[in-house]
Design a protein around this ligand. Structure first.
Ligand code: GDP
Ligand code: IMO
Ligand code: MG
Length: 423
């Protein structure tokens, strides 16, 4: 029996999907614990590239069960498209995908509320993916939400109507010009609910705890990243769930003392999509090179990701909040060709040098202090063993693990499943 967690340590898009796929063969169950279709988890193998949104990244393996946990928010319309996208792979998705009755439903009006809220914020907008995530979690904590299990109730449509009507009144409260045809959105929604009903709904906390008792191994898959956590992220420029380790316990009903390893995934540099502070952000040619070589465009919205140097102050904070036991460094290949690399090891905060992640990290408060490192020129993408890696990269890796006091166990050198070096 083992329960391990895998989560992102930065602002999302660290490469979680790829690593879950790589690790799945070691686990009986892959369980997503929070977030929703704001996530885009990319998997590449056999020349195929696939982006998953709410479906766990273990779905391509024949023998693993995939669970969408109670902490997830599901949009049936997006989910239907996800299922359709998997049809060409000729897998029996329905027999190995189980959905928690306690997961909350994203209604079309949640998406509209997200759009209205963002439009009303003007320049202060969060840069949300506009998938209805914030409004759905608001209804969850406000105790107004509709859950997957409610679909099975006789009065599901009345519950829907009552909440959607309330949302319409809320939308009119915003002073924004939002054009929409609710009838059309509802037809699409109810058609996708029929598709959703063909899947198996379970009491997932019971299922998972019985699985633990039976000695099964479980990998819990996080979405977003620790710096987007509702409590510990760069609030208010965050998502609306706990993306950190604690979120796996609340999002699946697994007790903390059952969790063994916490795998923390990070890019060898930093990216962020959407608004909010980013101390090591680059506005020069180096940042443009990272964006170009790393193909840094959002897998959900296609927006350009902001790029910058690795920030060890932020990473140390994420390692601490999550109790990370092993680090996975992604996209090392993107840094090939830089003459000099920089790593942020401390902040100048209101004139003082600090090494912890403070309350205010806006540019007027924080200035990164860098350690310069020698870059490497070799192309890493065909390398298959740690020994082959250039010495400068090994020095980069050893520096990071010494600072973070956690070993880097995997170095990823390309998007494909095979481009993964175990140490
Ligand atoms: P996730 O949300 O954490 O699953 O990450 P995304 O899929 O949104 O973004 C990661 C992107 O980087 C995807 O396009 C991956 O295919 C790609 N990727 C993952 N690992 C590597 C790597 O080691 N090198 C390169 N060049 N690309 C990678
Ligand atoms: P994965 O799982 C990167 C960002 C959005 C925005 C903020 C709030 O693929 O790593 P939301 O739609 O949640 O209201 O957006 O969070 N964001 C992500 N950034 N990767 C993600 O997921 C993200 N999910 C949300 O860009 O800044
Ligand atoms: Mg992503």
């Amino acid at each position: 029996m083992t329960v391990d967690l895998l989560l992102g340590l930065q602002w999302g898009d660290e490469g979680k999907g790829k690593i879950v796929d790589v690790l799945t063969s070691k686990y009986d169950i892959i369980a997503r614990f929070q977030g929703g279709p704001n996530a885009g988890h990319t998997l590449e193998f056999d020349g195929i590239k696939h982006v998953l949104r709410t479906i766990p990244s273990g779905i391509f393996h024949a023998n693993s069960v995939n669970i969408i946990g109670n902490g997830v928010v599901m949009d049936p319309v997006v989910f239907q498209k996800e299922l359709e996208g998997l049809e060409k792979f000729n897998m029996d998705v329905k027999s190995k995908l189980l959905i928690s009755r306690k997961a909350h439903l994203i209604l079309p009006t949640h998406r509209l509320l997200d759009a209205a809220s963002e439009a009303s914020k003007g320049k202060a907008k969060i840069g949300s993916t506009l998938k209805g995530i914030g409004p759905t979690y608001m209804d969850k904590t406000g105790r107004n939400g509709i859950r997957i299990g409610d679909i099975e109730l006789a009065d599901f449509k009345e519950r829907y109507r009552s909440l959607a009507d309330k949302h319409e009144a809320m939308i009119s409260f915003y002073d924004v010009d939002l054009q929409y045809d609710l009838k059309e959105l509802e037809d699409e929604f109810f058609a996708s609910i029929e598709v959703l009903k063909t899947l198996t709904f379970i009491d997932s906390e019971e299922y998972l705890n019985q699985a633990i008792k039976a000695g099964k191994s479980i990998l819990c898959e996080g979405a977003q990243g620790s710096l987007l956590d509702i409590d510990f992220g760069t609030y208010p420029f965050v998502t609306s769930s706990n993306t950190t380790a604690a979120g796996a316990c609340t999002g699946l009903g697994i007790a903390p003392n059952k969790v063994k390893e916490v795998f923390g995934i990070f890019k060898a540099y930093t990216t962020r999509v959407g608004s909010g502070p980013f101390p090591t952000e680059l506005f020069d040619e180096d940042g443009q090179t990272m964006a170009r070589v790393g193909n840094e465009f959002g897998s959900v919205t296609g927006r350009a990701r902001r790029c910058g140097w690795l920030d060890l102050v932020a990473l140390k904070y994420a390692v601490q909040v999550n109790g990370v036991t092993a680090l996975y460094m992604m996209k090392g290949d993107v840094l090939s060709g830089f003459k000099t690399l920089k790593i942020c090891t401390a902040y100048r905060y209101k004139g003082e040098k600090i090494s912890h992640f403070p309350y205010n990290i806006e540019p007027e408060n924080v200035e990164p202090i860098y350690q310069e490192m020698k870059g490497w020129q070799a192309d890493l993408t065909g390398m298959t063993s740690y020994n082959e890696l250039p010495q400068e990269l090994k020095t980069y890796i050893e520096f990071i693990e010494k600072e973070l006091e956690v070993p880097i166990k995997v170095v990823s050198v390309g998007p494909d499943r095979k481009q993964t070096i175990l140490r």
